[in-house]
Design a protein. Structure first.
Length: 262
C-alpha cells in the first residue's frame, strides 16, 4: 500500500473555498475552515436556511449542562455574597465601594493609598545621643538613644566587663615596674577606649594579630589614629608578635617616647 503524501494534498474551506493551511494529519481530517470568521459565517447561513437546525441549536443551548457552563454574574451567581459594600473614607469623607471579601479582611477605612499615608504619618521626634550629644531625629517607636553604632559601642564599652589579655598584662607589669603613671582603658575624647594612657597625650594600643588584621579593623584603626593625631596625641601601637617575641624593642620604644615628651 502506497503512502499518501498528505502535505501535498489541497483542502478548501467549507465557507469561502480558500485553501487551508495543513500542518498536521489531524488538520487533514478535522480542519474545515480557514478562520473563526468563516466558521461563524457558516453557522449563520445554516441557521437562516434551516429552521430545524436553528431549533436544535436553541434546545442544545438551554439544557441544564449548558446552563452550568454559562458565566453568571451578580446576584444570579451561585456564590453571590452581597456584592460591593459602601464605606466612607476617614480622611476625605469620600464614599467608595469595595468587594465584600476585602471588607471582611479589614479594608474599607481609606479610599486610596494617599489617604492611608496621611492617616498613618508619624512625625519624627528629637532626642540626643547619650555619647556625643548630637541631635537624633527619628520615629518615636524606635526609641533611639545613639546616633551611630560607634557611639553605642564607645558609650557601653566602660560598662562591660573585660578580661585583660596576656599582651596587655605584659605591658601593664612593665609600666608598674618602671614607675610610669598610666590609666588603663581610658575613654579619649569620645573617640576610642585606649589600652593605656601615659601622662596626657601618650596612647598605647596592644593589638592582637588576628582581630586587628581583618580589613574592617585595619580601616577602623587608621581612622582612630587620624582622629587622635588631630587631637595632638602620640600613638604607640604594638602587635602581639612583637610583644611576645621582641618585648625589649617595645620597652625601649615606650621609654624613649615617655622621656622625650614628659
Amino acid at each position: 500500500m502506497e503512502k499518501i503524501d498528505w502535505k501535498n494534498i489541497n483542502k478548501s474551506c467549507d465557507n469561502c473555498g480558500g485553501l487551508l493551511l495543513l500542518k498536521t494529519r489531524r488538520d487533514l481530517l478535522k480542519k474545515r475552515f480557514c478562520s473563526r470568521r468563516c466558521n461563524f459565517q457558516f453557522i449563520l447561513k445554516k441557521l437562516h436556511s434551516n429552521p430545524e437546525f436553528t431549533r436544535m441549536v436553541v434546545l442544545a443551548c438551554n439544557t441544564t449542562e449548558a446552563n452550568k457552563k454559562k458565566g453568571r454574574k451578580g446576584i444570579t451567581h451561585p456564590n453571590w455574597k452581597g456584592g460591593n459594600q459602601t464605606y466612607c473614607c476617614q480622611i476625605c469623607r469620600k464614599s467608595f465601594e469595595i468587594p465584600i471579601n476585602r471588607s471582611n479582611k479589614g479594608y474599607g477605612r481609606f479610599c486610596s493609598r494617599s489617604c492611608y499615608n496621611k492617616y498613618h504619618v508619624i512625625e519624627n521626634v528629637k532626642s540626643q545621643c547619650l555619647n556625643c550629644g548630637e541631635d537624633i531625629w527619628d520615629k518615636p517607636k524606635r526609641k533611639r538613644v545613639y546616633c551611630s553604632c560607634s557611639c553605642r559601642a564607645i558609650h557601653l564599652l566602660p560598662k562591660q566587663k573585660f578580661k585583660n589579655t596576656g599582651i596587655e598584662l605584659k605591658i601593664k607589669s612593665f609600666l608598674e615596674r618602671s614607675n610610669i603613671p598610666f590609666l588603663p582603658q581610658p575613654l579619649i575624647k569620645n573617640i576610642v577606649n585606649a589600652d593605656f594612657l601615659i601622662g596626657t597625650n601618650i596612647v598605647i594600643f596592644a593589638d592582637g594579630d588576628y582581630w586587628h588584621s581583618l580589613p574592617y579593623a585595619i580601616n577602623r584603626d587608621r581612622i582612630v589614629n587620624q582622629q587622635l593625631e588631630n587631637q595632638n596625641y602620640t600613638i604607640l601601637r604594638f602587635k602581639e608578635k612583637d610583644i611576645n617575641n621582641n618585648f625589649e624593642i617595645v620597652q625601649n620604644k615606650i621609654m624613649e617616647t615617655y622621656h622625650a615628651i614628659i
